[in-house]
Design a protein around this ligand. Structure first.
Ligand code: PAF
Length: 285
């Protein structure tokens, strides 16, 4: 498996693959790979002829007080992991390679970026959409894989691809959890043992939310009231717990169909997100 670090070489490799009529899959990541990424890579390997994993800690999606500097960088281990899973190339450019001069063109996706994380991380989704647009233009994949764990990100990218006619398909794959329910995230590495236990507030609250909806509760305010105690712990700060339409991400006044329950909380200094797609037609969603 080859690691490619320049845009020109990446373009050349992909051109050759596409000329040979290969179906090209991209798994965009910021590295520090875990089994959540692993499930995306495995799916890509099972569905595509050529699988590229991009590893790039994208500075433009971090706010000034966020964790860009301490974000885990584990390239050697990531390369071994991708190789084991059967990916073909890693695209791991430097910041200078991706942003060689001041970036003047940006992708702004409206409305679906206004709530949830978008409201708390100004500019975050502009950075995500722009870097994904760059990756899609460099690699020109037929399909790109994203995790449901970052539900808002997946909707933002799907909207960008739809509205700007990018010629690729977006596949969103289920969240991978530890045995106790904690959603896998590269940021879990920041948690101490005690914080990791507290972090279960997110998955437990979402679980409770699902139970309430399954037992007939349709009032989002009542559900929010019922889950708040999970976050009532020292050093846990709830940013949001919201029940939104899975496609528009607008808050629901009443639950009548599929709902995305999405939460973000800080545990110590670590910001974590999680969500559940709840559809009574398919209770295992
Ligand atoms: O989900 C991530 O790891 C990042 O937001 C992404 C999609 C790779 C863009 O930098």
């Amino acid at each position: 498996m080859e690691v490619i670090t320049t845009v020109s070489e990446m373009r050349q490799k992909v051109r050759a693959a596409r000329f040979a009529a290969k179906w090209v899959g991209l798994v965009p990541t910021m590295g520090a790979l875990h089994e959540g990424h692993g499930s995306l890579i495995q799916r890509a390997v099972s569905e595509c002829d050529t699988v590229i994993v991009s590893i790039f800690v994208n500075p433009t999606q971090f706010g000034p007080n966020e964790d860009l500097a301490r974000y885990p960088r584990t390239l050697d281990a990531d390369i071994r992991y991708c190789e084991k899973l059967g990916a073909h190339w890693i695209f791991a450019p430097s910041v200078e390679e991706m942003y060689p001069q001041e970036q003047l063109a940006w992708v702004n996706v409206e409305k679906v970026t206004e709530g949830l994380c978008g409201a708390r991380r100004p500019g975050h989704f502009r950075g995500v959409a722009t870097v994904c647009a760059k990756l899609f233009n460099i690699i020109q994949p037929d399909v790109a894989y994203f995790g449901q764990k970052d539900a808002q990100q997946a909707v933002v990218i799907q909207t960008m691809v739809r509205d700007l006619n990018f010629p690729l398909e977006i596949r969103v794959c289920p969240t991978v959890r530890d045995k106790d329910g904690l959603a896998l995230s590269s940021r879990n590495q920041y948690l101490s043992k005690a914080e990791r236990k507290k972090a279960l507030c997110l998955s437990k609250a979402l679980q409770k939310c699902r139970e309430l909806i399954q037992s007939g509760q349709t009032n989002p305010d009542e559900i929010r009231r019922a889950v708040l105690p999970f976050f009532d712990q020292p050093e846990v700060f709830l940013e949001y717990f919201e029940l939104v339409d899975p496609q528009t991400l607008r808050p629901l006044a009443e639950i009548r169909g599929p709902v995305l329950a999405a939460a973000a909380a800080r545990v110590g200094t670590t910001r974590l997100i999680d969500n559940l797609l709840i559809d009574l037609q398919t209770p295992s969603a």
